[in-house]
Write a protein that binds this ligand. Structure first.
Ligand code: ZN
Length: 320
């Protein structure tokens, strides 16, 4: 596509706009070939064009991306992540309709199952979908793992009270089709919770190709609040919650994006230090983090109100 040329196909999310060439960005891990992003001229959703094939994309998912076993980060960060997972489970469960039987939950892209484990502790029947090659950790009888493509999942229609797609929709080739499937699997009155990075955010605008949450090519799609809203309208879903606040994601995204801008030759260096589990590397980064943290918190709070937050969470309900 040339700079001013429009993608001939209508936007897969709003169905109205056309994609216009936007900017180029490279993978933060390998820093190899750049990917072109186009943006819908109506709903501001963006996507990689052309999209990499499945085989090519597979090379960008090392096992380190998920973490082996149950640990991905430094133990301190792991403890915080687990605590956040337990807190999130309690909050998400409040969105499920009241049920006389055990609440059936499906987590699409459940990763190491941290969230589902917390939901199982709260009494839910838990199902998780992951990629076929995903390194599932040990024996875990509390979660029913379904490994393989979503298109091969054989869940019953109208069978789940709560479906969660937590920072996963942006990784899928066809998010609109996935949302159609979810509608089929949800019970009438059931809730769907989606969390994604927000391409309409201040952070996305300020940092562009250095924005931590851009994460090309693993993030094939980039959503704005409007693009999600147009999907909910098309599916007949009612929005019950809309949040741009995430203390887990947004301040960190700010700090790492500043570092990416300052050290273009070493993208995601802080993220790698956290994953390295080395106290020394974390200690070396601590003055930088301490310096930026107040600004990062301020930005996260100031941007949350009007859908400018770096990530967005929508909860919607299937009509009863
Ligand atoms: Zn659109």
């Amino acid at each position: 596509m040339n700079r001013n040329e429009l993608d001939p196909r209508p936007c897969a999310l709003c169905g109205l706009g056309r994609g216009k060439r936007w900017f180029r960005a490279s993978d933060f891990d390998s820093g190899k070939e750049p990917f072109d992003l186009v943006q819908c001229d109506q709903c501001r959703a963006a996507w990689i064009n052309p999209m990499p094939g499945e085989q090519e994309l597979g090379r960008y998912y090392e096992s380190a991306y998920y973490g082996m076993g149950t640990e991905k980060f430094h133990p301190v960060v792991e403890s915080l992540t687990r605590w956040a997972g337990r807190h999130r489970a309690t909050e998400l469960l409040k969105l499920a309709p009241k049920s006389s039987t055990r609440t059936r939950v499906l987590d699409i892209g459940c990763g190491r199952g941290n969230l589902l484990r917390s939901l199982a502790e709260l009494g839910c029947e838990c199902h998780g979908v992951e990629r076929e090659d995903f390194p599932v950790a040990g024996d875990d009888s509390t979660i029913d793992y379904h490994l393989g493509p979503l298109t091969e999942s054989t869940f019953m229609a109208n069978s789940f009270d709560l479906v969660i797609i937590w920072h996963v929709l942006e990784h899928l080739y066809d998010p609109a089709e996935t949302l159609e499937r979810v509608k089929h699997w949800l019970k009438p009155g059931g809730a769907l919770v989606v969390a994604v990075p927000n391409i309409g955010s201040r952070q996305a605008r300020w940092f562009g190709a250095s924005w931590f949450h851009l994460d090309v090519p693993r993030h094939l799609w980039h959503f704005s609040s409007e693009s999600l809203d147009s999907r909910w309208q098309a599916l007949g879903f009612e929005k019950v919650k809309d949040s741009g606040v995430s203390l887990e994601q947004n301040p960190y995204g700010f700090i790492q994006s500043v570092a990416n801008r300052l050290l273009p030759g070493s993208p995601n260096a802080l993220y790698r230090a956290i994953k390295s589990k080395s106290w020394l590397r974390l200690l070396l980064w601590s003055p930088f983090v301490a310096l930026l943290l107040p600004l990062a918190l301020l930005e996260s709070v100031a941007s949350a109100g009007a859908s400018h937050g770096a990530t967005i969470m929508h909860a919607v309900r299937k009509p009863a």
